[in-house]
Design a protein around this ligand. Structure first.
Ligand code: CUA
Length: 376
């Protein structure tokens, strides 16, 4: 009676197994909040991701055909040639030259096809096409958030990478801590930020929109909370964004709630986030983070530049979304994620660098929210 279940599979057991596997596929839905943009490699928005998707489909189709053929022959053999009592051993064809050559040459040919398509794809994604308009961005991996520095515009921001549509984005990847990996599924595959080895990559978006990005290399406790988004604007909107980012931060009206908040900010937050609005709107420690953070003699701030915080739609490496409209009424901040973050940064993202000497009081949170939300 040993193995009777496998010799005589019960219909209910096969049905149960089928339903169980169907549940695994349910996880394939896209539940990403709109602020992050779509989270898929199949709905591409640019040439680099398209070339990678093409390779994926080529391999998927070849592998599927092989799978169906091999499994089909296997199933037919199992069913038709089952051993019955008294059946002699089947014909043995060990050492048959023709068969040996066929099943060596055919897989080799298939692998050469895959190799050819792969090498072609590698060339396509390695170097951007020449003579096209481009911008430069340095993507800096921190534990655990992304900082974006635009050397040509002197802009430093966090959590949202802005770029114009139809423009090549040359990305320098930098880390001074552990290895991270830069990934925007709809726009470009993964490339590592390796300390001491500055990788580069490029991508281009063919349409405007917000596209989900994340760190794709395990980098510590909050690796899963190291998201960002790529905000692809039309050229005019991008130019406006650049001009806004280059300005000094708004100075709140005297005696306003925001003015109280700005005093608190200097006392509590400025050590890590710098003095917001200093100089031309970016902080002294940030002129070139890829240089500053590598030099032990230069102050490199622990936290992100908040000079134009109110424009962003993610907080703290994407652990929370930022909805400005829910943070405008100081007497009702129950839905304001920024207030939630300030009240309990270690509870929301355990182990992150935002460690407060003492919990902020509700009035302090109101003032800080008013100030940060004024930083357009
Ligand atoms: Cu950074 Cu994972």
């Amino acid at each position: 009676m040993r193995n009777s279940l496998f010799r005589n599979p019960k219909p209910w057991l096969m049905l149960f197994t089928g339903v169980l596997f169907a549940f695994f596929l349910v996880a394939c839905g896209d539940e990403t909040p709109a602020q992050y943009g779509p989270h898929t490699i199949l709905n591409t928005a640019g040439p680099v991701a398209e070339s990678e998707r093409f390779l994926f489909y080529v391999i998927l189709i070849i592998a599927s055909i092989i799978f169906v053929l091999v499994e089909g022959v296997l199933i037919v053999s199992i069913v038709r040639f089952r051993s019955k009592p008294g059946t002699p051993n089947p014909y043995q064809n060990h050492g048959n030259l023709r068969v040996e050559v066929l099943w060596t040459v055919i897989p080799a040919l298939i692998l050469f096809i895959v190799l050819g398509v792969t090498i072609n794809g590698l060339f396509q994604v390695s170097y951007p096409p020449k003579d096209q308009k481009s911008i430069n961005v340095t993507a800096i991996g921190h534990q655990w958030w992304w900082e974006f520095y635009y050397p040509d515009y002197n802009i430093t921001t966090a959590d949202s990478l802005h770029a114009p549509v139809g423009t090549i984005v040359n990305v320098k990847l930098y880390s001074n801590n552990v290895i991270h990996s830069f990934w925007i599924p709809a726009l470009t595959g993964k490339t590592d930020d390796i300390p001491g080895h500055n990788n580069t990559k490029w991508f281009k978006a063919d349409r405007t929109g917000v596209f989900y990005g994340e760190c794709a290399e395990f980098c510590g406790a909050q690796h899963a909370h190291m998201a960002f988004n790529a905000v692809i604007d039309n050229q005019d909107d991008f130019s406006t964004w650049v001009t806004t980012q280059q300005q000094a931060s708004v100075v709140p009206a005297q005696d306003s709630l925001a003015a109280q908040g700005s005093k608190l900010f200097v006392g509590i937050c400025a050590t890590c986030h710098g003095i917001v609005g200093k100089g031309n709107g970016y902080m002294s420690g940030y002129q070139d983070p890829s240089v500053a953070c590598a030099d032990p003699n230069v102050a490199c701030k622990v936290g992100p530049n908040l000079t134009h915080f109110a424009n962003r739609n993610l907080i703290a490496g994407g652990v929370l979304t930022h909805d400005h409209s829910k943070c405008t009424d100081p007497n009702n901040l129950s839905q304001c994620n920024l207030a939630k973050w300030l009240a309990n940064p270690q509870g929301i993202k355990p182990g992150n660098d935002m460690v407060l000497g003492a919990d902020l009081k509700p009035d302090q949170i109101k003032e800080l929210v008013a100030y940060l939300e004024s930083l357009n």
